[in-house]
Design a protein around this ligand. Structure first.
Ligand code: NAI
Length: 480
């Protein structure tokens, strides 16, 4: 029987292993983590992450061939295939700080595998890692290998939060990289057999190790670059009277470009895009490719620009100050259908508004008050040039309220900022919201979810990213 152990029960490890267990009933899957709280949550009715469809999948196979445990060493020792899906954040200090991936968690997982293993293992890189990581991992594993054979595979995960289960059920592709030796090919085949239970053969791509590692970083860089490209054009739309929705539609109709991922917004977020581009930038710099590094850096700079441009637009529209004014923030997660707030643009936008002494009232259907307060208390890490936001004074937190209702958040507000594209925001009773607000009532749509004309007819002064400006806003000072 194939026994799989996955180290790391996070946004990737949890859903991925749940789907493998569901689709391959003959495989036993144990997900292990050092976080007791996370494992307890995976074993409860309140899963630690929100993902549409995940509850169902877990309910079907938990206790059958899917288990969650903190007994990391036991399950690593018993497994034939070990996925490593630990976090790989950006290094915050030391060599490469601000760009390089921090592989501390990875290295400690690899050392533990080397320590406890008593039989041959296939070790699968599921985390996103710098190209050539497999070489380092191999050295750690084989350093004191007691005659054990380790095969390292790279099997990066392409799921997107919010659609993880659908992405796992019907992946565009599954990528498996391995050594081009007989043992390497055998290991690739063993992992291929697991996915082949539900993924069509032609969608399982096999490559060399370095191509697989680099493809994940490259794919995220390309995706983020599309968002920064459309956001850069959105600024020009506002300056010229063009409409970003029309421009993006016309551009995306070109089959060489395609329609997906061309929505202008307040900026991209999530735990991966910025981190993985910085990682790519660092690898380019280490290889003496400074022009290539600068090219990709610009994708992040445009993202920071888009967030500060949004804050500036709010402040300048509201007579150049939001001091003492109540701003309602609708949506805090980095995108809809997830409670994840890592690198969400809402953090920088809220900090920018608090820096101008606004009072903010936040509503998000999936993010807890604790999480929001933690996110706002954290210093922004300066990866290159700091985004020009004032550090928060301790009193800032008394200026933040979190509510569980959009109407409560917007009651008595001077302005509303929509920062996540939750579907429910489209169906809000905006007349009711308008009636409860101070006048003039401003609405800043950072996700292009509202019907601008309808809201203007109610009386709102509306700003929507990349859309022709409200006549009122045209008379306001220009936004840098
Ligand atoms: P996460 O932070 O949600 O989960 C990582 C888990 O690993 C944590 O629960 C942590 O306690 C555990 N862990 C760390 N060191 C450990 C150790 N030595 N032993 C046992 N458990 C340990 O991270 P997430 O979002 O699941 O990401 C994991 C990797 O997958 C990252 O490299 C990320 O870049 C990549 N990835 C993430 C995607 C996403 O949408 N979140 C999508 C595709 C890839």
């Amino acid at each position: 029987m194939v026994k799989i152990c996955c180290i790391g029960a996070g946004y990737v490890g949890g859903p991925t292993m749940a789907v493998i267990a569901l689709k391959s009933p003959a495989v036993e899957v144990v997900v292990v983590d050092i976080s007791v709280a996370r494992i307890n949550a995976w074993n409860s009715d309140q899963l630690p992450i929100y993902e549409p469809g995940l509850d169902d999948v877990v309910k079907q196979c938990r206790g059958r061939n899917l288990f969650f445990s903190t007994d990391v060493e036991k399950h690593v020792c018993e497994a034939n295939i070990i996925f490593v899906s630990v976090n790989t954040p950006t290094k915050t200090r030391g060599l490469g700080a601000g760009k390089a991936a921090d592989l501390t968690y990875w290295e400690s997982a690899a050392r533990m595998i080397a320590d406890v293993s008593k039989s041959d293992k296939i070790v699968v890189e599921k985390s996103t890692v710098p190209v050539k990581t497999a070489e380092a991992i191999e050295k750690i594993l084989t350093h004191n290998s007691k005659g054990i054979n380790y095969q390292i595979l790279s099997n990066p995960e392409f799921l997107a939060e919010g659609t993880a289960i659908q992405d796992l059920f019907k992946p565009d592709r599954v990528l498996i990289g391995g050594r081009e030796t007989p043992e390497g090919r055998k290991a690739v085949q063993a992992l291929k057999d697991v996915y082949a239970q539900w993924v069509p053969e032609e969608r399982i791509l096999t490559t060399n190790l370095w191509s697989a590692e680099l493809s994940k970083l490259a794919a995220n860089a390309f995706l983020a670059q599309r968002i920064s490209s459309v956001n850069a054009i959105s600024a020009l739309c506002e300056a010229t009277g063009a409409n970003i929705t029309e421009v993006a539609y016309s551009v995306g109709k070109d089959s060489r470009i395609g329609p997906k991922f061309l929505n202008a917004s307040v900026g991209f977020g999530g735990s991966c895009f910025q981190k993985d581009i910085l990682n790519l930038v660092y690898i380019c710099e280490c290889n003496g490719l400074s022009e290539v590094a600068n090219y990709w850096k610009q994708v992040i700079k445009i993202n920071d620009y888009q967030k500060s441009r949004f804050v500036n637009r709010v402040v300048s529209s509201m007579f150049n100050t939001v001091s003492g004014k109540k701003i309602a923030v609708l949506g805090f997660a980095f995108k809809k259908d997830t409670g994840d707030t890592r690198e969400t643009p809402a953090i920088d936008v809220c900090k920018g508004l608090l820096g101008d002494k606004a009072t903010i009232s936040i509503y998000d259907p999936q993010v807890t008050e604790d999480q929001i307060q933690r996110d706002l208390a954290m210093n922004k890490f300066d990866w290159d040039h700091p985004i020009h936001l004032q550090p928060l004074s301790p009193t800032a937190f008394t200026q933040v309220a979190v509510t569980w209702d959009a109407y409560e958040a917007t009651k008595g507000a001077h302005g509303v900022c929509i920062l996540t594209e939750w579907d429910e925001f489209k169906d809000l009773d905006f007349q009711k919201i308008y009636d409860s607000m101070h006048k003039p009532a401003f609405l800043f749509d950072g996700r292009n979810v509202v019907d601008v004309e309808k809201l203007r007819a109610i009386g709102f002064i509306v700003y929507a990213i990349g859309k022709p400006l409200d006549p009122w806003l045209k008379d306001m000072p220009a936004v840098a």
